[in-house]
Design a binder for this molecule. Sequence first.
Ligand code: SIN
Length: 308
Amino acid sequence: MLKTRLGELTLTNPVLSASGTFGSGWEGRGFSDLSRVGGLVSKTVTVKPRPGNPPPRIFETPAGMLNSIGLENRGADVFIPETLPKMKQLAGEHGRVIVNIGGESIDDFVELAERFTTAGVDALEVNLSCPNVQEGRLLFSTEPRMCERAVAAVKACTDVPVFAKLSPNVTDIVAIAKAAEQGGADGLTAINTLIGMAIDWRARRPVLGRGIGGLSGPAIRPVAVRMVYEICRNVKIPVIGVGGIASASDVLEFLCAGAAAVQVGTAQFADPALMVRLVAELETELAAIGATVEQLIGAALPATEASA
Ligand code: SIN
């Protein structure tokens, strides 16, 4: 009933963790049996270690959260031997292990894709879209031709499915989605955070150390649903919906918009056992209406466009 497909990749259920909101899963292992979720997506891994942005890096907003982490991570040399085996252990036999990779150049993406393919992952998610760094990455998320080139370069050096994670901070996300599809992406993840800001007016300065950050949580869900819906009307590859998901009802909304799977992010900060609970709740909701996940994918799209 819960099974879904992202191209060639089959998931036992559509619930995945969103990159950067659940570490590698290891930090959350005490709260639930993570082998019951569809898969775990790592925090972005870069070639070299990154210290991240100056604090404060997180700020709670009325309906979500601003973050300006700056892709802090220990780099691939540490991640591959130390963290990846733990992710595989947590995912168990059926859960998928998806590593999110971030690069400042196409060479970085290629190196990471080659190394993680050799190390053995179920799929790669290419982070084209972090709003909290200044390097060339911005172009990968906003320039269709750069996006296509980055995706094509990754595709050329791996045989695992490649998902491109898109930024909502563009005028036309469909143009970027089509470029990623043209580059050979096996699927798209939509959306990353919306650029935002909070100001401490008493101190007369921005709250976050870097000034701006990425807004996530329930506030962005309608934006994410709209973008997933528009992308699904215009591409043939599967889409993973992400943005403010906190309930089974939210998951079903994204499925109806055309998403074939979803990622749960900010809500996990309040409830680290949420993903596993959502899997159980989805089963109950679907049993009540006598439908499967695959039957609901794209159910709200105009009839000729539903991607069933
Ligand atoms: C960050 O590390 O700054 C957040 C990651 C992202 O938005 O891609």
